[in-house]
Design a protein around this ligand. Sequence first.
Ligand code: SF4
Length: 221
Amino acid sequence: NMEPQAIDIKVFQTILLTWFKEHGRWFPWRESGLSSYQLLIAEILLQRTKAATVDKIFTHFFNVYPNWKVIASAKLEEIENTLKPIGLHKQRAERLQKLAQKMNLNDSVLLSSRAELDAIPFIGQYIGNAVELLIQGKNKPLLDVNMARVLERYFGHRKLKDLRYDKYLQALAHDIVDHPDSISLNWAILDFAALVCQSRVPKCSTCVLQQTCTYYLTVVE
Ligand code: SF4
């Protein structure tokens, strides 16, 4: 397929930001004024978990664990119990505690250096991008399977199965969120993926992107 042109990207950005103003979701981790601690934990909990599920424990979690230090020294079992309602709790508790122990020693270095972050084994590309976007204020994509699905349907197939290594998809996602309101654009795509361009049955017939969507024009119509 042809590479998307700047004008195609502009159309996609404009339509989605307009859609987002009316239909975007609200979550506590999208409030302004959150600490880097809260922002990073929220993104870790959001991996492979629905936002509505994370929402259930978000406030409680930060009441019990207000900072890295408290997680670092907590009993692992207690962290597991707090995370139980959202699943994957054993693995998450262990990783959060390991991360907290590192952060507690040196969070300013870890949060300002992508290389240092990437050196932590369970911190993947998604979290690295999230830190750059939400904490460092850079234009980076929250590229997960959901964002990948929307981009792939709209712009045409990606090149590789594993999105972390797909240079085409990576570059496309970067171009799309390279915008003065990069954070809103990221949230817009994620909300759109959850509410409209859903994985099993996308709501194409009422979709604001259908006139310019590759999937709609080639598969649905
Ligand atoms: Fe997704 Fe369908 Fe909209 Fe295309 S037309 S973006 S496939 S919901």
